[in-house]
Ligand binder design. Sequence first.
Ligand code: NDP
Ligand code: 8X3
Length: 251
Amino acid sequence: MAIVMITGASSGFGAATAEIFAQNGYRLILNARRIERLETLKRMLSETYSADVLLLPFDVRDKDAVATAMDTIPASWKQIDVLINNAGLAAGRDLFQDGLVDDWEAMIDTNVKGLLYVTKHAVSGMKERKSGHIINVSSLAGQEVYPMGNVYCATKHAVTALSKGLRMDLLPYHIKVTNISPGLAETEFSMVRFKGDEAKAKAVYEGFDPLQAKDIADVIYFAASRPQHMNLEEITILPTAQSDSRTVVRG
Ligand code: NDP
Ligand code: 8X3
């Protein structure tokens, strides 16, 4: 049975992606920081799909915690076939000149450095086996920049660049790399971005039908389930009401 590892599986895209892979018989390694959330998800996946789930809670920003967790994965779980680098966040939406250094660091450390730490560990087994698939969750913000998106957009541009670089460097090892770039999707993303301000978070999705987590999960699974000779390298997914980062038709 193939093994998928998903970072940021405690909510949003990650949780929905865990469900569709469970439904399709994968064994799942699920990561995030909120252990209770992961335990609830594991229970649901086991009861509903008889899924085999290994929880691997750690903070992707913590280089040593990543190394310890990845090195101590039991032998029967070591062969990660698909790695989904999904853990990420936006912290704040401020003019550059008003931005908080702590927010910048949280985004850079999670979205870029965390992805690198996890991938470095997962890739060594893939390289030995000459097979594997890395799916990076970037964003439309990895293709475009919008006002007050400065550092978040920079981190997602970095993810998109890393997807390209990984694809080139891992080519001799038959490892696929897919970059997924969603537009506006209603998850906990905006609650995190606006630090629990529900009114601000809700306003982001008002007056149109945003993407839902399951929409992204379906596309991720589609990419992961293509035949070996075929790699979907870049997939951009927008709500029908959105044409680019700055244009959404509401009402
Ligand atoms: P959510 O906030 O719902 O989910 C984010 C997930 O990332 C959570 O499971 C969270 O878990 C995890 N996470 C955050 N920080 C860390 C960390 N330091 N270590 C481990 N896990 C972490 O948002 P989405 O599902 O929307 O976001 C998933 C990805 O999609 C992100 O990379 C985001 O940038 C990207 N994205 C989102 C879009 C949107 O509009 N929603 C559009 C385009 C891209 P926990 O807090 O338990 O650690
Ligand atoms: C999340 C979508 O438009 O808020 O990556 O940057 S957006």
